[in-house]
Design a binder for this molecule. Structure first.
Ligand SMILES: [Zn+2]
Length: 364
């Protein structure tokens, strides 16, 4: 055994690993899209496993309410008001000094995601909204990158790996007989749920141990892909409800074969070109930002959003709009939400903060 790799001995004993697999990990770069609960848990395990370079992009700061489930962070990070990407880098370098960590504090959007994905070997999903997942999927399909999806809210979670069909031969397309390509994220989820229709961790909560379950499934799939064990990659969508003791899998291959996916079959990258998705603009002189979420579907149910926001402060709703006070990071904002998904968030003139609040409290 290569003595440089001694610390990885226990995983190198595994079938399909060995010196060669470990060296492949060391030569790999993983892009962590978001470093909240799933992203930070995945980053820690990827660093421990010896993935050579981790690029972490996240827009948020560490908050006290994160510590219940975001095991990479501690009270000192909250007191120091550290961005999550920076706090993660600090801790990951203590865990494994051989791993290079690039920390980027930024809001992932269609103008920057390709730059961050350049030269990486895999995308790992630590995102908190559907819109950015479509963006990640566009990048994965366009550039032939594997994308490991995970999502967790309340007591339920999902995970699967995507190795998209590409025009060029990707490593998982060894030959027509040995082609391990999978459907893409958009094959499975053709359209995002209407804004405000899905629960988010900030409205319905999330149980801590669920995060470890989902993040570690994601990391397992990432390790299979990065070591070249494409035949072992999960091809079914895992659904878990840790509170109701429910674990089940959905077959998804037919979503590709029977579908006509706009992304991986028609090769339309609507999110990447900015033709879909949301925009946020600061309203000059008003200390407010307007967030507009583009959607094909009709309006959405303000009463449903109101019910979930009750826990955060006074909410009033009528047929024209919803108004709610939101406390976040020791600041109070006023959210005004319209039935077409448009929102005005008072209390900030920073579009990134407004987009983040929209994702957390309205949901996209
Ligand atoms: Zn597809």
């Amino acid at each position: 055994m290569n003595t440089d790799l001694a610390r990885y001995h226990r995983q190198m004993l595994l079938p399909g690993f060995g010196d060669k697999g470990q060296q492949r990990l060391r030569d790999s770069t993983a892009l962590l899209l978001g470093c909240g609960a799933l992203g930070s848990a995945a980053a820690e395990m990827l660093a421990r496993a010896g993935v050579g370079h981790l690029v972490i992009v996240d827009r948020d700061f560490v908050e006290l309410t994160n510590l219940q489930r975001q095991t990479l962070f501690d009270e000192q990070d909250v007191n120091d008001e550290l961005p999550k990407a920076i706090a993660a880098k600090k801790r990951l370098e203590e865990i494994n000094s051989e791993v290079r960590v690039t920390a980027i504090v930024d809001d992932i959007n269609h103008t920057n995601i390709e730059r961050y994905a350049k030269g990486v070997d895999i995308l790992v999903d630590g995102l908190d909204n559907f819109e950015t997942r479509y963006l990640a999927n566009d990048v994965a399909v366009k550039h032939g990158l594997p994308y490991v999806y995970g999502g967790a809210v309340g007591t339920t979670g999902m995970a699967i790996a995507f190795m998209p069909h590409t025009n060029d031969s990707a490593p998982w397309q060894k030959s027509p007989e040995e082609d391990f390509s999978t459907p893409c994220f958009r094959c499975l989820f053709e359209e995002a749920p209407a804004p405000g229709s899905s629960p988010t961790c900030d409205t319905v909560g999330v149980i801590g141990p669920l995060i470890a379950v989902i993040a570690n499934i994601q990391v397992t799939e990432a390790l299979k892909i990065l070591t070249g064990n494409f035949d072992l990659v999960r091809r079914k969508l895992l659904n878990v409800d840790v509170w109701a003791n429910d674990f089940y899998e959905l077959e998804v291959d037919s979503a590709y074969t029977n579908g006509d996916c706009l992304c991986c079959k028609q090769r339309r990258f609507d999110f990447l070109t900015g033709d879909s998705g949301s925009s946020a603009v600061s309203l000059c002189g008003r200390n407010a930002v307007q967030v507009r979420h583009r959607q094909d579907k009709g309006g959405f149910n303000l009463d449903g959003v109101a019910a979930r926001l009750q826990a955060h402060g006074a909410v009033s709703v009528n047929e024209y709009m919803l108004r709610s006070q939101i406390s976040d990071s020791n600041k109070t904002y006023e959210l005004t939400l319209f039935p077409d998904g448009r929102a005005i968030i008072k209390g900030t003139d920073d579009p990134q903060i407004a987009r983040s609040l929209y994702s957390k409290y309205v949901g996209t």
